[in-house]
Design a protein around this ligand. Structure first.
Ligand SMILES: O=C(O)CCC(=O)C(=O)O
Length: 390
């Protein structure tokens, strides 16, 4: 069962003037194509405890897979409660040092990037040089309602320092077993953040591929730039969700300008939306062509993002410096940044004591060193200055 978003499809199409009919058809056909793909289901394991091969095969073929019902109601409620608390503490407006209660705002004294804002329904990255120009085209920017605020929060970087619930989700044992199946037992962190797409306000993220450093590597393969998990708190739809071009993670860097020119519009004909219910988690190759349109619909989306790399993709490599200063990532650097995995495993163990915790191979002899507490949570401040982006 997927959410009925017919009202949002109508509302979205109405923004596009003479293209309204084409937009409506694109959304409806995209939705049907997405639901027909054989890349969704429960995260299953075989008798030996290995991730079901059909999941790995479908992920490899399409570059994304929808893992259904991974996050329990209880876990989702924890995330929503944290989110509410964080939002109460967001800067009162873009650039404010305090929240609406006059308290120091979340992230106000952080050195690392935290909350990012954009004009409602805009495409802040498309056609710019930000992130090494990977968002090559500017998407259509629908007009927001007259009473919309001038700027809305769109992305919270370094989310694990602000939300114990997100930290616990980061150590979800089934997800980490999948990370291990794809990236090996010594997998390493990438980056973590929340994509916030409020109904009628959320900004677009133009078509792009995430990888930066390894496109011309002699060892290039479909997994070299890692993947993102995207946990869906409210679900994700053709109107508010990420769209992807299935299979495009295998073929190298795409010329998106040409693809849009050839398509005659920003509506890439081979793209499909990632459709999820609350609690589903998407695994998405960072190399897949993906993006999301402005959220002109009535349903909000909140994606809890966190990714992992193969160790060989980052070890002694100079990072892309996407989220902080680029640096050569040696063993000690990776080990320090991976501490968040150890802490997350303990945080989860304390909250869900009946679950079998994930055993992270690099810390197998040291896991007892990692003890989550309120003080340990505070020690994560600015942890994302250690940037493993590639
Ligand atoms: O969630 C979104 O809208 C965009 C996500 C994205 O582009 C990414 O994770 O790279």
């Amino acid at each position: 069962m997927v959410q009925d978003i017919s009202r949002s499809i109508e509302a979205c199409a109405a923004h596009y003037g003479e293209d309204a009919g084409a937009v409506k058809t694109y959304l409806i056909e995209g939705q049907a194509k997405a639901l027909a793909l054989p890349n969704r289901g429960e995260l299953k394991f075989d008798e030996d405890g290995n991730v079901a091969q059909d999941i790995l095969n479908a992920y490899s073929k399409y570059g994304f897979y929808i893992l259904e019902n991974v996050l329990s109601e209880e876990e989702l409620d924890d995330i929503k409660a944290d989110l509410e608390k964080m939002r109460e503490n967001f800067p009162a407006h873009m650039g404010a040092e305090t929240d609406t209660h006059g308290r120091p705002a979340l992230g106000a004294d952080n050195k690392a990037p935290t909350l990012q804002w954009a004009r409602p329904l805009s495409d802040p990255l498309g056609g710019t040089e930000i992130f090494n120009g990977r968002h090559q085209v500017k998407l259509f920017e629908p007009k927001a309602a007259d009473d919309a605020p001038p700027a809305v929060p769109v992305y919270l970087g370094g989310s694990l320092q602000f939300s114990p619930a997100c930290l616990r989700t980061y150590a979800h044992p089934a997800l980490l077993r999948l990370a291990e199946a794809i990236n090996g037992p010594d997998f390493v962190p990438f980056t973590e953040g929340l994509f916030i797409k409020d109904a009628g306000l959320g900004a677009a993220v133009s078509w792009h591929q995430d990888g930066d450093t390894h496109w011309d590597s002699p060892d290039f393969d479909e997994d070299i730039h890692g993947f993102n998990f995207m946990g869906q708190v409210y679900g994700s739809t053709a109107v508010n969700g990420v769209w992807v071009v299935p299979g495009s993670h295998k073929v190298g860097r795409a010329n998106l300008v040409k693809m849009v020119e050839d398509a005659g519009s920003e509506r890439l004909p081979d793209a499909v939306p990632i459709i999820c219910n609350p609690g589903d988690v998407v695994i998405n190759s960072r190399q897949i062509i993906h993006g999301s349109f402005a959220n002109t619909g009535f349903e909000p989306r909140l994606s809890v993002n966190f990714g992992f790399h193969k160790r060989s993709s980052v070890l002694n490599v100079c990072g892309a410096g996407m989220h902080a200063e680029a640096t050569v990532m040696d063993d000690a650097f990776i080990d320090t940044r991976a501490r968040v995995i150890g802490l997350a495993i303990d945080a989860r163990k304390q909250r869900f004591p009946h679950e079998i915790p994930y055993s992270y191979a690099p810390f197998v002899a040291r896991q007892d060193e990692f003890k989550w507490s309120a003080a340990a949570q505070s020690s994560l401040k600015d942890y994302n200055l250690m940037d493993l982006s590639i």
